[in-house]
Design a protein around this ligand. Structure first.
Ligand SMILES: Nc1ncnc2c1ncn2[C@@H]1O[C@H](COP(=O)(O)OP(=O)(O)O)[C@@H](O)[C@H]1O
Ligand SMILES: [Mg+2]
Length: 263
């Protein structure tokens, strides 16, 4: 079972201006197959927590455990999709998707099979020989997702992956992601500051506080999918979570004013 166990996690950054406590007392278990969103305004430690789970930046205290192993480094069980399209510009779509498999020294026939399946799954077939610069933002993010799926990690970590996309493309990719998640039975930890996006996607929304980042609300969402953002239930939850996020946003804004006064 690749549950993600996050136990008493703290993260302190040492800066010239003093210590910054980015995460404090984070306790969270993400179940295998669950779709969990980390929600909160900028600066509440969402990326810090995701990076700790990814193994890029281990916590200062506490631990993250997956399948009985403490996470201290990146590993093949966890794939990361960033907001920026982290594609190699000199490689075609198909080559970008194949790259990780080549590094793993997989057989050519196996690589070709996987790449073709993913081109199919993400509706990228007609784009296989294009270069990233010739693709729209939405298409590039499809390639970024395909590239992570190629490695077949049971866990997908996503840091505001659709943040730079226009509203319609974003909805389209949200639907694609839900389809893939259901089909491939992945565990997804997804960072967003969009309340609507979190309600549209998640089984469970973890609202974080602004500095130090703690868990303010652990909210299960039981509405059946596809969810209707114009429904009463959707909007009730949106209002409730909006209130929680706004309180943190105000603390963030007050902090920035204080900093500006010092400068
Ligand atoms: N490398 C770092 N050095 C110092 N402070 C950092 C570093 N990374 C993040 N922080 C601080 O930690 C807090 C949380 O940051 P981050 O995880 O990026 O928040 P979010 O992703 O929710 O916007 C912020 O106050 C940020 O300034
Ligand atoms: Mg972030």
């Amino acid at each position: 079972m690749s549950d993600i166990l996050i136990k008493d996690v703290q993260k302190v950054f040492k800066t010239p201006g003093g210590d910054v406590t980015a995460l404090k007392d984070i306790n969270l278990t993400v179940k295998q197959g669950e779709f969990v969103c980390l929600l909160g305004p900028s600066g509440c430690g969402k990326s810090t927590l995701l990076n700790a789970v990814a193994g890029f930046q281990p916590p200062s205290a506490g631990e993250i455990v997956i399948e009985g192993k403490k996470i201290l480094t990146p590993g093949p069980d966890r794939g990361m999709v960033f907001q920026e399209y982290a594609l190699f510009p000199w490689m075609t779509v198909a080559q970008n998707i194949a790259f990780g498999l080549q590094i793993q020294k997989k057989e050519k026939a196996e690589i070709d099979l996987t790449v073709n399946q993913l081109l199919d799954l993400l509706h990228l077939k007609d784009f296989r020989d294009r270069f990233p610069k010739d693709l729209s933002g939405g298409m590039r993010q499809r390639v970024a997702i395909a590239r992570v799926l190629a490695l077949d990690s049971p866990i997908m970590l996503m840091d505001e992956p659709f943040g730079a996309l226009d509203a319609l493309t974003r909805r389209n990719l949200q639907d694609e992601l839900l389809r893939i998640w259901e089909k491939l039975n992945k565990t997804i930890l997804f960072v967003t500051h969009s309340i609507e996006e979190s309600i549209y996607l998640a089984d469970r929304i973890v609202v974080m506080t602004y500095r130090p980042g703690t868990i303010k609300r652990d909210q299960y969402v039981t509405m059946p999918r596809p969810r209707d953002p114009s429904s009463h239930e959707f909007n009730e939850l949106k209002r409730e979570l909006g209130r929680l996020v706004m309180e943190e946003q105000q603390r963030h804004a007050a902090d920035e004013l204080k900093l500006a006064a010092v400068d």
